[in-house]
Write a protein that binds this ligand. Structure first.
Ligand code: HEC
Length: 170
């Protein structure tokens, strides 16, 4: 009996790493970092602990992304609909329509989120800086998008009371 149990454990021990490797979870949880260069520094903007998607983030889209992702003609650019009330669902954990190894918004990871690098950097993994053919959005708004993603990109309000590890920007 004892010997049989030992055999079972040995087989399970051998099989476990192979099974884990075959599991694609890790890839889905940690999408690749989008390539980005010539990014603006947001270090001077104080960190926002509470970001409300509907009050703080949606107005940025409605003001600055019009005609392309908001109030478009036939269809939204890059299949990215930023009109309320749909916009959050087109961003959160959604793959890029141009390269599905990139994710538009990776909760808690602004630098892995294509949305942020497209707003923050001149040179991007896919396409050009957003908003296309317009001035970059103000640094304070870039920081707000960053802090919203850092807080987990909540759909409505981030009710975090205090997160010590978010005290300063990393
Ligand atoms: C003048 C039209 C135009 C405006 C304004 C514009 N975009 Fe775009 N956007 C595009 C086009 C075209 C693409 C696809 C090509 C590219 O990525 O450069 C795109 C792609 C994107 C992507 C990548 C989507 C994907 O799945 O790959 C994101 C994210 C994005 N835009 C965000 C925004 C945001 C946020 C704003 C407003 C601050 C904005 N854009 C303003 C035209 C526009």
């Amino acid at each position: 009996m004892k010997v049989q149990v030992r055999w079972l454990l040995a087989v399970a021990g051998l099989a476990a790493p192979a099974l884990l490797q075959a599991w694609p979870v890790e890839e889905a949880l940690f999408p690749r970092l989008p390539f980005a260069d010539q990014c603006d520094s947001i270090a001077a903007i104080p960190l926002r602990q509470h970001v409300n998607y509907n009050l703080d983030i949606q107005p940025i889209w409605s003001t600055r992304c019009a005609n392309c992702h908001v109030d478009w003609g036939k269809f939204p650019s890059a299949d990215l609909d930023l009109n309320p009330p749909n916009s959050w669902f087109f961003l959160y954990n959604e793959p890029s329509s141009q390269d599905n190894s990139l994710i538009r918004v990776v909760p808690n990871r602004p630098l892995q989120s294509l949305l942020f690098t497209k707003l923050n950097c001149e040179v991007n993994d896919v396409g050009v800086r957003m908003p296309r053919d317009r001035q970059p959005i103000p640094i304070a708004e870039q920081a707000l998008v960053h802090d919203w993603i850092l807080a987990g990109a909540p759909e409505v309000d981030d009710d975090t009371i205090f997160r010590a590890r978010f005290e300063t920007r990393g």
